[in-house]
Ligand binder design. Structure first.
Ligand code: 5GP
Ligand code: ZN
Length: 137
């Protein structure tokens, strides 16, 4: 993808604060971190989101995120780490090259990463989704 910034970063055409690299992935520090050490795992191949990446590469992405996140927690002195991955504008995706967020958490700072206000599961939503999803799986 010619105009994709994460393609250029992942493939080393644009410099980045790289914390991990192998033949398929690069992990970089996020320029707008939610907490100290907030990093992104990028595949070197362009996939817009989770629905474009082949299953085998998606599995590899998650195991690589596991490895890097464990090391990142130790390197940053964090006590927890949030793994977040946004798909689509409606879900908060702003860069349309698949990436996995790794957001270290620190007891002293509270919860720095993605948070939501828990609602209450209502009968209409529950029935609609439990019924409809059968058509798509
Ligand atoms: P999204 O909202 O798409 O899930 O996440 C995009 C993330 O990429 C944001 O956290 C944003 O701070 C980060 N980001 C955007 N452009 C750049 C960049 O050029 N370099 C780095 N390191 N991070 C970026
Ligand atoms: Zn790309």
């Amino acid at each position: 993808m010619e105009d994709c910034i994460f393609c250029k970063i992942a493939n080393g055409e644009i410099p980045s604060a790289t914390i991990y690299e192998d033949g398929d992935f690069r992990a970089i520090l996020d320029l707008g971190p939610a907490s100290k050490g907030h990093a992104l795992l990028l595949p070197k191949k362009h996939y817009a989101d989770l629905f474009e990446i082949p299953d085998e590469d998606a599995a590899k992405a998650f195991t690589t995120a596991k490895k890097v996140a464990g090391a990142l927690m130790k390197a940053a002195g964090a006590e927890g780490i949030q793994i977040v991955q946004n798909n689509g504008e409606a879900a908060g995706q702003t860069v349309f090259h698949l990436h996995i967020h790794m957001i270290p958490g620190y007891k002293k700072d509270g919860h720095p990463g993605a948070v939501w206000n828990p609602g209450t599961l209502n009968d209409a939503d529950r029935n609609e989704i439990v019924e409809n999803i059968k058509k798509y799986l």
